[in-house]
Design a protein around this ligand. Structure first.
Ligand code: ADP
Ligand code: MG
Length: 312
């Protein structure tokens, strides 16, 4: 990595944890490799997932809405916005402190981010992402009839709502993000893949859907003309024959090899596949752009080129 690269870092579920206490503790560790990059002179833009958090918010509010308290039913895009605020708060709090501990006075802020999707994205015909609570078959039928939800049986654990996972097309707040980055500020954006919206005239309308955070991170990296996309997850490298006796960890992955390995089914859909695809989309979008997939724990070594998988 050269002096002053522009880097989008996408954080996975293991960077955040499952409860507010756990998250507040984990983000202290998460802040370290982020601040290492900033200290080295790089411009850092942070993106993150929100699966467990938006699930918790959605579940809590739908439970309260169906209780005697009768709180208002909270739509899914609003739950996504809440999760961006909740996670962004913890991240900006921890990164600020880590910066100050190193005597670096750099502002950090979260931008609540709307990500524009195509209303005609074929993904809307095939909702795949389970969200929120588990229901009995009877309760699920009721939701299908009353609310038009798509409900599926989730591996013997009960019925769950599924929403579509459309591809990100543009980021509504991109000019704000760009301005902050160019001013040398640290920005947390496209949390949970962003709040999915579609455009109609001057209006952006929120949709109950989930944009994959890996794809949204690649999109904002492209928009910001970043040099690197770093995806930090639970594994140190990408493997072929993952979990099998002939498992092989990869230090480098060309776009051609990645294509071939995808065809051969080496990357699990919903976990490693979107990361490899997002890395390919970014690396393939302009000459010189590189993506790195490694673990949060090995982030520092990965960035120094000692481990991780480079996709270029
Ligand atoms: P995140 O929350 O960071 O998005 P995911 O659980 O969605 O994490 O994806 C990372 C997981 O993908 C790894 O922990 C690993 O178990 C799994 N995985 C699936 N296929 C592969 C592969 N080919 N190489 C490495 N990890 C893989
Ligand atoms: Mg994931």
């Amino acid at each position: 990595m050269q002096f002053k690269d522009r880097i989008v870092v996408a954080l996975g579920g293991n960077a955040l944890g499952n409860t507010p206490e756990e998250q507040l503790e984990l983000v202290k560790h998460t802040a370290k490799p982020i601040v290492d990059l900033i200290e080295a002179g790089h411009e850092v833009i942070l993106a993150h997932g929100n699966g467990p958090q938006v699930g918790m918010i959605n579940l809590a509010l739908s439970t309260a809405a169906n209780s005697p308290a009768k709180t208002p039913e909270m739509p899914f895009p609003e739950c996504g916005a809440m999760s961006q605020g909740y996670i962004g708060y913890h991240l900006q709090n921890a990164i600020r402190e880590e910066l100050l501990n190193r005597n670096m006075h750099i502002p950090v802020a979260t931008v609540i981010t709307q990500v524009i999707v195509d209303k005609n994205d074929p993904a809307f015909q095939h909702p795949t992402k389970p969200v929120g609570a588990f229901y009995s078959e009877e309760a699920a039928q009721k939701l299908i009839e009353e609310k038009g939800y798509h409900m599926v049986e989730d591996s013997g654990r009960g019925w769950r709502r599924v929403v579509a996972s459309p591809k990100p097309v543009d980021v509504a707040e991109k000019e704000t993000i760009k301005t902050l980055v160019e001013q040398g500020q640290v920005v947390i954006t496209v949390g949970g893949g962003g709040i999915p919206v579609y455009e109609t005239g001057n209006r952006l309308i929120g949709i109950p859907a989930v944009i994959d955070k890996d794809f949204a991170s690649a999109k904002i990296a492209e928009i910001l003309d970043a040099d690197y996309l770093i995806i930090l997850t639970a594994v140190e490298q990408v493997a072929i024959n993952f979990g099998k006796p002939d498992e092989k960890w990869l230090a480098n992955l060309s776009l051609e090899e990645a294509d071939q390995y995808i065809k051969e089914g080496h990357f699990a859909p919903g976990s490693m596949l979107p990361k490899v695809q997002a890395a390919m989309a970014f690396a393939g979008s302009k000459k010189g752009r590189k993506a790195l997939i490694t673990s949060l724990e090995k982030a520092k070594e990965g960035i120094e080129g000692k481990t991780g998988t480079i996709i270029a």
